[in-house]
Design a protein around this ligand. Structure first.
Ligand code: HEM
Length: 394
């Protein structure tokens, strides 16, 4: 730990429920303290500003992902997976599914994804009110991603709880992480006995991973972890993005009306949701060689917590960042990360977002939300429940 009294530091624990209930005022304070701020309680450096966060994500040669989780146990368990790996292994692993997840390949799936969104949304809308998290947004990405990976139908319902636990494991060694430990065992058991190579559907992305191992394109032992990474990375993140999308558009009826008038704003609106309430709040990096920022030296070997959600509200980069505005220029948000490890499934997430928004726009003229309950996870930001009332389109 650095001992200079000039080091910007804070006693904040950014992983408490109290902090996570409304992190934005404290994020602003952290940004005002510095481009890097030593969090004494956690013995790591927070990176709350946009410029520094983007620089770190862009520079894998200087900032290593081996400590992408903020505790050793998880980093060991993730092994040499895509999230932690450097090139060339990283690129070998990423190339296996890159072409299948590219926008051009996904276009073939678009009609089906839109139809599935409609099939989920229309019966809910016809009821006039529904619980948006359990009845809609938890079901949609689970169905889409599980089918793409080729997971068997058995065990899917239980998967969400296990995946949430998996994300808790990316935080520091705290109570939330320890409570999640038994579920991590269940997730492993699910992968070993339910989502086995043989049970993955023919032609699926999951099968493609094993075939790449057979062809010597990736190490054989990497295959199960790679399949698991796509399952874990691809579901909860999108669930939380969709939950926030419905909530924010219900809370901002003038933005909902804008979207109804001009559907070409859908991609921008979904990006604004991701900027405003970033589903992935934090991932770790390690400094490989001393890093000097604003006159502060972060010594080689120290651990950084890149705060995606704080960077996406940095007033140094965004005008009026606490205003939800679907017309703002938000292409450069960091919610999908940036650089080498930038989200491999972002085109799919965007397609799912557009599908749900389109299905709602087709069938709803007014959207109202009751009081949401927040979901607490060490690294994800999302809602636990969100009652919604709708007025169906004439
Ligand atoms: C709104 C939804 C999503 C969000 C906010 C999100 C966010 C992120 C972020 C921030 C990273 C960067 C991690 C880092 O820098 O260390 C990442 C990586 C990744 N994401 Fe996503 N993600 C989403 C959806 C998906 C989907 C749908 C899939 C796949 C089906 C997916 C697969 C991955 C994979 C495989 C990586 C690792 C990439 C690498 O290390 O090269 N994600 N995601």
């Amino acid at each position: 730990m650095p001992d200079s009294s000039t080091v910007p530091r804070s006693e904040l624990d950014i992983f408490t429920d109290e902090f996570m209930a409304d992190p934005y005022p404290a994020f602003r304070d952290l940004r005002d303290v510095g481009g890097v701020v030593h969090l004494d309680a956690l013995d790591l450096w927070a990176v709350p500003r946009y410029a520094e966060a983007r620089h770190i994500l862009a520079s894998w040669e200087q900032f290593c992902s081996a400590d992408v989780a903020l505790n050793e146990q998880c980093n060991a368990y993730v092994g040499d997976g895509i999230l932690r790996a450097d090139p060339p292994l990283h690129d070998q692993l990423r190339n296996v599914l890159a072409s299948r997840l590219a926008p051009r390949a996904l276009r073939k799936l678009e009609a089906d994804i839109n139809a599935r969104a409609r099939a989920l949304v229309e019966p809910l809308v016809s009821r006039g009110s529904f619980e948006a998290i359990s009845e809609l947004v938890r079901r949609f990405p689970l169905e889409i991603v599980a089918d793409l990976i080729g997971l068997p139908l058995a065990g899917r319902e239980e998967l969400l709880g296990l995946l949430d636990a998996n994300f808790n494991f990316f935080g520091p060694d705290n109570a939330r992480l320890r409570e999640s430990a038994p579920k991590l065992g269940e997730l492993m058991e699910y992968m070993m006995s339910t989502a086995t190579r043989q049970s993955l559907a023919e032609g699926s992305m999951g099968r493609a991973v094993y075939e790449a191992a057979d062809a010597g394109q990736i190490p054989e032992e990497s295959a199960p972890t790679l399949v698991l990474t796509y399952v874990t990375a691809g579901i909860d993140t999108t669930v939380h993005a969709l939950g926030h999308a419905i909530w924010l558009l219900a809370e901002h009826p003038e933005q909902w009306d804008l979207l109804r008038q001009d559907r070409s704003l859908i991609p921008q609106a979904f990006r604004e949701v991701l900027r405003f309430e970033s589903p992935m709040q934090v991932f770790g990096r390690t400094v490989r060689t001393d890093w000097v920022v604003d006159g502060v030296t972060v010594p080689a070997g120290d651990r950084l917590a890149v705060l995606f959600g704080a960077a996406n509200r940095d007033e140094r980069n965004w005008k009026d960042p606490d205003r939800f505005d679907i017309r703002r220029d938000n292409v450069e948000h960091l919610a999908f990360g940036y650089g080498l490890h930038v989200c491999a499934g972002q085109a799919l997430a965007r397609m799912e977002g557009a599908a749900i928004l389109t299905a709602l726009l087709d069938s709803v003229s007014r959207l109202e939300a009751g009081e949401p309950a927040r979901h607490f996870n060490n690294v994800l930001r999302g809602l636990e429940s969100l009652p919604v009332q709708v007025v169906a389109s004439a």
